[in-house]
Ligand binder design. Structure first.
Ligand code: ATP
Length: 466
């Protein structure tokens, strides 16, 4: 893709707001930090991403089972998963102005590998050695308190009618727990043979200390997760296969492979056998985690078996043995995926003579509208009537078709370019056969990426667009 200027996160954020993709949460009240709302075009792109992800991870597979679990879960779930005790970020306060920093991220920024899973003592040792390099982002001073663990789980008062603070029920810190909780239900009802998978798209909430970089780090987000259950020690080949499939999928939805890379984790949690991220090269932010791919051994089911007292062992139908399957996990935040797709598609083209155009070169299956239809002039009833006919025909075929008669045709093209509509159709006097009988019932179809126009017969339009 040719981009004549540098893409920045600010440019994407402002296009997203201007064109009805993403708005700040609770906008009319001045916003709610770390929460965003998807607008009319954003929700279409988001739904298309979910649809293509579901197709690749459920429909195109032979034995992957979807679930959609309740958000609130038994309080013990978060003890078993380790979230009540260990799901925390290391934070320090600036003694000068009170601003809070995430010490692991600040250490990474000065080139020191740190991890939110390290103990307070481990992280403070690294922090102390780098204190002269870490500067408060608010006041510029370097005087911080020691790092301490800050739990990220968001509490609710669900079912507590006493106001005396009974046992808290949490909002999900990660969506995938809903899969582990339904693993037994799926085994009992679907009788799957190993290896098999489960998939879910669900909400997650985290008390992120400093939500930032638009959809990249928010307090409320959606995750698309798969968990593949394999026989113990039969993890390696399947893990490699899953890793590659996930990378290939991003390329299949049009992301430039130069902006994608694998990164292996340096520090593994004690139970993990291997862990990789797929990173995307975000504008203004650089390479950062888009998706996590984890080889988690039998840890998750073992924990839930111990905490729930329910036997979660799999009865192998061939050997009659009982064992806990190992889990290979993929987990991606839809917001990070959305931001990567928008950034990758964003192009500013120099048209010469001081003119530029901004285009979202989205994959046609992702674009909010497949096609836009407009009459050349909106005050000519015959043109409007014919355009309506074409619009109705295409809408019944594709669903997501835009009617656009605002402003002149040039302005409509600019607008649809910014929304990412692959084709614009204009019904003009030639369509009516007024100027040249041979062009009757043909329309102008303009291609978003090349700007080129072609005459296409109305009865060939559906095939042409497909
Ligand atoms: P990070 O290190 O960036 O905080 P993480 O390693 O904690 O991320 P996971 O717990 O592995 O992330 O979550 C899986 C996926 O969920 C991530 O790869 C990311 O796409 C998404 N995700 C995690 N935290 C956030 C957040 N605060 N906002 C948006 N998406 C998130």
């Amino acid at each position: 893709m040719t981009n004549d200027t540098e893409t920045t996160m600010d440019k994407i954020t402002s296009l997203a707001k201007r064109r009805g993709f993403v708005f700040p949460g609770s906008d009319i009240y001045g916003g709610q930090a770390g929460v965003f709302d998807y607008g009319p075009h954003g929700v279409e792109l988001l739904n298309n991403l979910k649809r293509l992800w579901w197709k690749a991870n459920v429909y195109d597979k032979e034995s992957v089972y979807g679930v959609d679990s309740g958000m609130f879960k038994h309080p013990r779930v978060w003890d078993a998963s380790g979230h009540t005790s260990g799901f925390s970020d290391p934070l320090a306060d600036c003694r000068e102005c009170g601003a809070r920093i995430r010490v692991d991220k600040e250490l990474e920024a000065v080139g020191v590998t740190a991890d939110e899973k390290m103990s307070e003592a481990e992280i403070n040792k690294l922090f102390d050695a780098q204190r002269d390099k870490i500067v408060c982002p608010k006041c510029g001073q370097k005087d911080f308190t020691p790092a301490r663990a800050f739990n990220l789980l968001v509490q609710s008062n669900l079912g507590d009618f006493t106001s005396e603070g009974g046992e808290p029920v949490y909002l999900p810190g990660e969506a995938c727990q809903g899969i582990y909780l339904n693993y037994k239900n799926v085994v009992d009802t679907m009788s799957p043979k190993l290896p098999f998978g489960m998939a879910q798209i669900g909400k997650a909430f985290r008390n992120e200390i400093s939500p930032r970089n638009w959809l990249f780090r928010t307090r409320e987000f959606e995750q698309a997760d798969t968990q593949t259950f394999v026989k113990p020690n039969e993890n390696k080949d399947k893990f490699e296969q899953i890793k590659q499939e996930r990378m290939d999928w991003y390329e299949s939805i049009g992301i430039n492979p130069d902006n994608l890379r694998f990164k292996q984790h340096d520090n593994l949690v004690f139970y993990a056998s291997d862990a990789w991220d797929i990173e995307y090269n975000y504008p203004s932010l650089g390479w950062d985690e888009l998706e996590g791919i984890h080889d988690r051994t039998d840890y998750d089911l073992k924990q839930h078996m111990e905490f729930s007292g329910t036997d979660l062992r799999y009865l192998d139908p061939e050997t009659n043995e009982r064992y806990i399957p190992w889990i290979l996990e993929t987990s991606v935040g839809l917001g990070r995926m959305f931001a990567a797709v928008m950034a990758d598609a964003y192009v500013e083209e120099d048209l010469g003579e001081g003119k530029t155009r901004t285009v979202l070169k989205l994959h046609p299956d992702l674009a909010p509208y497949r096609v836009a239809v407009s009459p050349l002039l909106k005050n000519k009833p015959q043109l409007v009537e014919k355009a309506r006919e074409v619009f109705t025909m295409l809408k019944s075929e594709f669903g997501n078709v835009a009617w656009d008669d605002n402003g002149n045709v040039g302005k409509r093209y600019r607008r649809q370019d910014e929304i990412g509509t692959p084709h614009c159709i204009v019904i003009d006097f030639e369509t009516l056969g007024e100027e040249n009988e041979s062009l009757k019932d043909t329309v102008t179809v303009r291609d978003r990426d090349t700007g080129q126009q072609q005459r296409v017969a109305i009865d060939e339009l559906t095939a042409y667009i497909k």
